[in-house]
Ligand binder design. Structure first.
Ligand code: CO
Ligand code: CO
Length: 308
Protein backbone atom coordinates (compact mmCIF):
# COMPACT_ATOMS: atom_id res chain seq x y z
CA UNK A 1 0.00 0.00 0.00
CA UNK A 2 1.54 3.33 -1.08
CA UNK A 3 -1.27 5.65 0.02
CA UNK A 4 -3.72 4.42 2.64
CA UNK A 5 -6.17 5.86 5.12
CA UNK A 6 -3.77 7.73 7.40
CA UNK A 7 -3.22 10.94 5.36
CA UNK A 8 -6.92 11.53 4.39
CA UNK A 9 -5.97 11.40 0.74
CA UNK A 10 -8.30 11.34 -2.27
CA UNK A 11 -7.79 7.71 -3.30
CA UNK A 12 -5.98 4.59 -2.21
CA UNK A 13 -2.82 3.65 -4.11
CA UNK A 14 -1.51 0.08 -4.25
CA UNK A 15 1.80 -0.89 -5.88
CA UNK A 16 1.59 -3.58 -8.58
CA UNK A 17 5.25 -3.42 -9.67
CA UNK A 18 8.08 -0.87 -10.06
CA UNK A 19 6.32 0.89 -12.94
CA UNK A 20 2.68 0.74 -11.96
CA UNK A 21 0.32 1.25 -9.04
CA UNK A 22 -3.46 0.99 -8.84
CA UNK A 23 -5.48 4.08 -7.84
CA UNK A 24 -8.91 3.25 -6.39
CA UNK A 25 -11.76 5.43 -5.23
CA UNK A 26 -15.53 5.39 -4.75
CA UNK A 27 -17.99 8.27 -4.39
CA UNK A 28 -21.79 8.60 -4.62
CA UNK A 29 -24.47 10.97 -3.33
CA UNK A 30 -28.07 12.19 -3.58
CA UNK A 31 -29.15 14.59 -6.38
CA UNK A 32 -28.14 18.23 -6.04
CA UNK A 33 -29.77 19.36 -9.29
CA UNK A 34 -33.24 18.49 -10.63
CA UNK A 35 -32.25 17.38 -14.11
CA UNK A 36 -31.35 13.64 -14.02
CA UNK A 37 -28.88 13.78 -16.93
CA UNK A 38 -27.01 16.70 -15.32
CA UNK A 39 -26.99 14.92 -11.94
CA UNK A 40 -25.39 11.89 -13.63
CA UNK A 41 -22.73 14.13 -15.16
CA UNK A 42 -21.95 15.83 -11.84
CA UNK A 43 -21.72 12.56 -9.90
CA UNK A 44 -19.43 10.95 -12.49
CA UNK A 45 -17.14 14.01 -12.82
CA UNK A 46 -16.95 14.12 -9.00
CA UNK A 47 -16.02 10.44 -8.67
CA UNK A 48 -13.39 10.57 -11.43
CA UNK A 49 -11.83 13.63 -9.80
CA UNK A 50 -10.21 11.69 -6.95
CA UNK A 51 -8.08 9.73 -9.43
CA UNK A 52 -7.07 12.96 -11.21
CA UNK A 53 -6.19 14.52 -7.85
CA UNK A 54 -3.66 11.72 -7.23
CA UNK A 55 -2.03 12.36 -10.62
CA UNK A 56 -3.49 9.07 -11.88
CA UNK A 57 -5.09 8.03 -15.15
CA UNK A 58 -8.57 6.54 -14.66
CA UNK A 59 -9.14 3.36 -16.71
CA UNK A 60 -12.36 1.67 -15.58
CA UNK A 61 -15.53 2.65 -13.71
CA UNK A 62 -18.54 0.90 -12.18
CA UNK A 63 -21.95 2.46 -11.54
CA UNK A 64 -23.34 2.55 -7.99
CA UNK A 65 -27.08 3.21 -8.00
CA UNK A 66 -29.87 3.45 -5.42
CA UNK A 67 -33.27 4.14 -6.97
CA UNK A 68 -36.98 3.96 -5.96
CA UNK A 69 -37.88 1.49 -8.72
CA UNK A 70 -41.49 1.11 -7.46
CA UNK A 71 -42.38 4.79 -7.44
CA UNK A 72 -40.25 6.57 -10.05
CA UNK A 73 -40.13 6.06 -13.81
CA UNK A 74 -37.16 4.06 -15.04
CA UNK A 75 -36.63 6.75 -17.69
CA UNK A 76 -35.21 8.95 -14.90
CA UNK A 77 -32.70 6.26 -14.00
CA UNK A 78 -31.76 5.88 -17.66
CA UNK A 79 -31.09 9.62 -17.91
CA UNK A 80 -28.89 9.60 -14.79
CA UNK A 81 -26.84 6.73 -16.20
CA UNK A 82 -26.66 8.39 -19.63
CA UNK A 83 -25.33 11.57 -18.00
CA UNK A 84 -22.75 9.57 -16.07
CA UNK A 85 -21.71 7.68 -19.21
CA UNK A 86 -21.20 10.94 -21.13
CA UNK A 87 -18.51 11.92 -18.60
CA UNK A 88 -17.03 8.40 -18.43
CA UNK A 89 -16.70 8.52 -22.24
CA UNK A 90 -15.23 12.02 -22.20
CA UNK A 91 -12.61 10.79 -19.72
CA UNK A 92 -11.73 7.88 -22.03
CA UNK A 93 -12.70 5.44 -19.28
CA UNK A 94 -14.37 2.03 -19.80
CA UNK A 95 -17.63 1.35 -17.94
CA UNK A 96 -17.24 -2.26 -16.82
CA UNK A 97 -20.32 -2.87 -14.70
CA UNK A 98 -22.24 -1.69 -11.70
CA UNK A 99 -24.91 -2.46 -9.15
CA UNK A 100 -28.40 -1.08 -8.47
CA UNK A 101 -30.46 -1.42 -5.30
CA UNK A 102 -33.98 -0.32 -4.46
CA UNK A 103 -34.00 2.68 -2.11
CA UNK A 104 -36.39 5.47 -1.09
CA UNK A 105 -33.89 8.09 -2.15
CA UNK A 106 -31.96 8.37 -5.42
CA UNK A 107 -28.20 7.97 -5.09
CA UNK A 108 -25.63 7.69 -7.85
CA UNK A 109 -21.88 7.61 -8.23
CA UNK A 110 -18.96 5.53 -9.41
CA UNK A 111 -16.17 3.39 -8.19
CA UNK A 112 -13.17 4.25 -10.35
CA UNK A 113 -9.91 2.38 -10.88
CA UNK A 114 -6.87 4.01 -12.45
CA UNK A 115 -3.12 3.69 -12.66
CA UNK A 116 -0.16 5.87 -11.72
CA UNK A 117 3.61 5.46 -11.78
CA UNK A 118 4.63 4.75 -8.14
CA UNK A 119 7.19 7.63 -8.26
CA UNK A 120 4.67 10.11 -9.68
CA UNK A 121 1.85 9.89 -7.14
CA UNK A 122 0.54 13.33 -6.22
CA UNK A 123 -0.59 12.81 -2.65
CA UNK A 124 -1.40 15.70 -0.32
CA UNK A 125 1.76 14.98 1.71
CA UNK A 126 4.55 16.54 -0.41
CA UNK A 127 3.86 20.29 -0.45
CA UNK A 128 7.02 22.23 0.49
CA UNK A 129 7.65 25.74 1.85
CA UNK A 130 8.04 28.20 -1.04
CA UNK A 131 5.48 26.42 -3.27
CA UNK A 132 2.67 28.43 -4.81
CA UNK A 133 -0.93 27.22 -4.46
CA UNK A 134 -3.28 27.09 -7.44
CA UNK A 135 -7.01 26.32 -7.55
CA UNK A 136 -8.71 25.34 -10.81
CA UNK A 137 -12.44 25.97 -10.24
CA UNK A 138 -14.46 28.76 -8.57
CA UNK A 139 -15.90 28.15 -5.09
CA UNK A 140 -19.52 28.31 -3.96
CA UNK A 141 -21.41 25.24 -5.25
CA UNK A 142 -22.88 24.50 -1.79
CA UNK A 143 -24.19 28.04 -1.35
CA UNK A 144 -25.59 28.24 -4.91
CA UNK A 145 -27.35 24.86 -4.49
CA UNK A 146 -28.82 26.08 -1.20
CA UNK A 147 -30.12 29.18 -3.05
CA UNK A 148 -31.44 26.89 -5.80
CA UNK A 149 -33.37 24.78 -3.27
CA UNK A 150 -34.83 28.00 -1.84
CA UNK A 151 -35.78 29.04 -5.40
CA UNK A 152 -33.66 32.17 -5.04
CA UNK A 153 -30.80 31.39 -7.40
CA UNK A 154 -30.59 33.25 -10.71
CA UNK A 155 -30.46 31.28 -13.96
CA UNK A 156 -26.95 32.62 -14.58
CA UNK A 157 -25.67 31.47 -11.19
CA UNK A 158 -27.15 27.98 -11.64
CA UNK A 159 -25.78 27.63 -15.16
CA UNK A 160 -22.30 28.62 -14.01
CA UNK A 161 -22.47 26.23 -11.05
CA UNK A 162 -23.53 23.32 -13.28
CA UNK A 163 -20.79 24.04 -15.83
CA UNK A 164 -18.27 24.06 -13.00
CA UNK A 165 -19.50 20.80 -11.47
CA UNK A 166 -19.64 18.81 -14.72
CA UNK A 167 -16.14 19.91 -15.81
CA UNK A 168 -13.60 17.08 -15.55
CA UNK A 169 -10.36 17.74 -13.65
CA UNK A 170 -8.57 15.77 -16.36
CA UNK A 171 -6.70 18.61 -18.11
CA UNK A 172 -5.76 20.25 -14.81
CA UNK A 173 -4.33 16.91 -13.69
CA UNK A 174 -2.32 16.36 -16.88
CA UNK A 175 -0.95 19.91 -16.81
CA UNK A 176 0.00 19.93 -13.13
CA UNK A 177 2.06 16.78 -13.71
CA UNK A 178 3.78 18.43 -16.69
CA UNK A 179 4.62 21.48 -14.53
CA UNK A 180 6.10 19.39 -11.72
CA UNK A 181 3.40 19.70 -9.03
CA UNK A 182 4.46 18.52 -5.56
CA UNK A 183 1.05 17.83 -4.02
CA UNK A 184 -2.62 17.94 -4.93
CA UNK A 185 -6.10 17.32 -3.62
CA UNK A 186 -9.57 18.08 -4.94
CA UNK A 187 -11.89 20.44 -3.08
CA UNK A 188 -15.09 18.65 -2.06
CA UNK A 189 -17.22 18.20 1.07
CA UNK A 190 -14.85 19.70 3.65
CA UNK A 191 -14.65 22.93 1.67
CA UNK A 192 -11.55 24.82 0.57
CA UNK A 193 -10.25 25.13 4.13
CA UNK A 194 -10.89 21.51 5.10
CA UNK A 195 -9.07 20.10 2.11
CA UNK A 196 -6.27 22.68 2.32
CA UNK A 197 -5.82 21.64 5.97
CA UNK A 198 -5.55 17.98 4.95
CA UNK A 199 -2.57 19.05 2.82
CA UNK A 200 -1.22 21.22 5.66
CA UNK A 201 -1.33 18.33 8.13
CA UNK A 202 -0.06 15.62 5.75
CA UNK A 203 2.80 17.80 4.45
CA UNK A 204 3.64 19.34 7.88
CA UNK A 205 3.61 22.88 6.49
CA UNK A 206 1.55 26.08 6.79
CA UNK A 207 -0.29 28.12 4.17
CA UNK A 208 -0.93 31.80 3.53
CA UNK A 209 -4.01 32.41 1.36
CA UNK A 210 -4.81 35.71 -0.37
CA UNK A 211 -8.59 35.92 -0.03
CA UNK A 212 -8.85 38.42 -2.91
CA UNK A 213 -7.43 35.84 -5.33
CA UNK A 214 -10.01 33.14 -4.58
CA UNK A 215 -12.17 32.54 -7.69
CA UNK A 216 -15.91 32.70 -6.87
CA UNK A 217 -19.07 31.60 -8.69
CA UNK A 218 -21.39 34.44 -9.72
CA UNK A 219 -23.96 35.33 -7.11
CA UNK A 220 -22.24 33.47 -4.29
CA UNK A 221 -21.43 36.58 -2.18
CA UNK A 222 -25.03 37.79 -2.57
CA UNK A 223 -26.55 34.45 -1.50
CA UNK A 224 -24.10 34.08 1.37
CA UNK A 225 -25.19 37.58 2.44
CA UNK A 226 -28.79 36.35 2.49
CA UNK A 227 -27.75 33.56 4.86
CA UNK A 228 -28.16 30.79 2.26
CA UNK A 229 -25.35 28.77 3.82
CA UNK A 230 -25.56 24.96 3.84
CA UNK A 231 -25.29 23.17 7.19
CA UNK A 232 -22.04 21.55 6.06
CA UNK A 233 -20.34 24.96 5.91
CA UNK A 234 -21.17 25.57 9.59
CA UNK A 235 -19.87 22.17 10.65
CA UNK A 236 -16.70 22.67 8.55
CA UNK A 237 -16.20 26.02 10.30
CA UNK A 238 -16.72 24.48 13.75
CA UNK A 239 -14.32 21.68 12.98
CA UNK A 240 -11.49 23.56 11.25
CA UNK A 241 -11.50 27.16 12.48
CA UNK A 242 -9.09 26.40 15.36
CA UNK A 243 -6.36 26.02 12.72
CA UNK A 244 -7.28 29.14 10.73
CA UNK A 245 -6.05 32.70 11.40
CA UNK A 246 -8.11 35.36 9.63
CA UNK A 247 -6.94 38.96 9.03
CA UNK A 248 -9.50 41.52 10.19
CA UNK A 249 -9.85 42.83 6.60
CA UNK A 250 -11.38 39.50 5.44
CA UNK A 251 -15.19 39.46 5.51
CA UNK A 252 -17.12 36.81 7.38
CA UNK A 253 -19.11 36.12 4.19
CA UNK A 254 -15.93 35.20 2.35
CA UNK A 255 -15.04 32.84 5.22
CA UNK A 256 -18.46 31.17 4.78
CA UNK A 257 -17.48 30.53 1.16
CA UNK A 258 -14.08 29.14 2.15
CA UNK A 259 -15.86 26.65 4.45
CA UNK A 260 -18.63 25.90 1.90
CA UNK A 261 -18.75 22.18 0.99
CA UNK A 262 -18.08 21.77 -2.74
CA UNK A 263 -19.45 19.16 -5.10
CA UNK A 264 -17.08 18.15 -7.90
CA UNK A 265 -14.77 21.03 -6.96
CA UNK A 266 -11.47 21.98 -8.55
CA UNK A 267 -7.97 20.83 -7.75
CA UNK A 268 -5.82 22.53 -5.11
CA UNK A 269 -2.27 22.22 -6.44
CA UNK A 270 1.02 22.94 -4.65
CA UNK A 271 3.87 23.46 -7.10
CA UNK A 272 7.29 25.15 -7.39
CA UNK A 273 6.75 28.93 -7.45
CA UNK A 274 8.57 29.32 -10.77
CA UNK A 275 6.04 27.04 -12.47
CA UNK A 276 2.80 28.49 -11.12
CA UNK A 277 2.27 31.28 -13.72
CA UNK A 278 2.98 28.89 -16.56
CA UNK A 279 0.47 26.33 -15.24
CA UNK A 280 -2.23 28.99 -14.87
CA UNK A 281 -1.57 30.31 -18.40
CA UNK A 282 -1.64 26.80 -19.89
CA UNK A 283 -4.96 25.98 -18.21
CA UNK A 284 -6.49 29.33 -19.18
CA UNK A 285 -5.63 28.64 -22.82
CA UNK A 286 -7.56 25.38 -22.49
CA UNK A 287 -10.65 27.07 -21.05
CA UNK A 288 -9.83 26.93 -17.34
CA UNK A 289 -10.72 30.61 -16.89
CA UNK A 290 -11.00 30.43 -13.12
CA UNK A 291 -7.59 28.91 -12.52
CA UNK A 292 -5.73 31.23 -10.11
CA UNK A 293 -2.69 31.42 -7.87
CA UNK A 294 -4.27 31.91 -4.46
CA UNK A 295 -1.44 31.67 -1.96
CA UNK A 296 1.74 29.99 -0.89
CA UNK A 297 3.16 27.29 1.31
CA UNK A 298 5.17 28.41 4.35
CA UNK A 299 7.28 26.48 6.87
CA UNK A 300 5.89 28.34 9.91
CA UNK A 301 3.47 28.33 11.59
CA UNK A 302 3.15 24.64 10.82
CA UNK A 303 -0.37 23.19 10.89
CA UNK A 304 -2.10 26.54 10.32
CA UNK A 305 -3.68 28.46 7.47
CA UNK A 306 -3.52 32.27 7.48
CA UNK A 307 -6.14 34.10 5.39
CA UNK A 308 -5.06 37.62 4.37
CO1 CO B 1 -11.03 14.04 -3.05
CO1 CO C 1 -13.85 11.50 -2.79
Amino acid sequence: MLVGLETSDDAGVYRLNDEMALVQTVDFFTPIVDDPFTFGQVAAANALSDVYAMGGTPLTAMNLVAFPIQTLSSSILKEILRGGLSKIDEAGVALVGGHTIEDQEIKYGLSVTGIVHPDKILSNAKAVAGDKLVVTKPLGTGIISTALKGEMASEKAVKEMVETMIALNQKASERMKAFGAHACTDITGFGFIGHALEMVMASRIGMVIDSKKIPLLSGVMEYAGLGLIPGGAHSNRRFYSCRVEVNSSVSNLLMDILYDPQTSGGLLISLPSGQAEALVEALKREGGVNTSIIGEVVAEPEGKIRIT
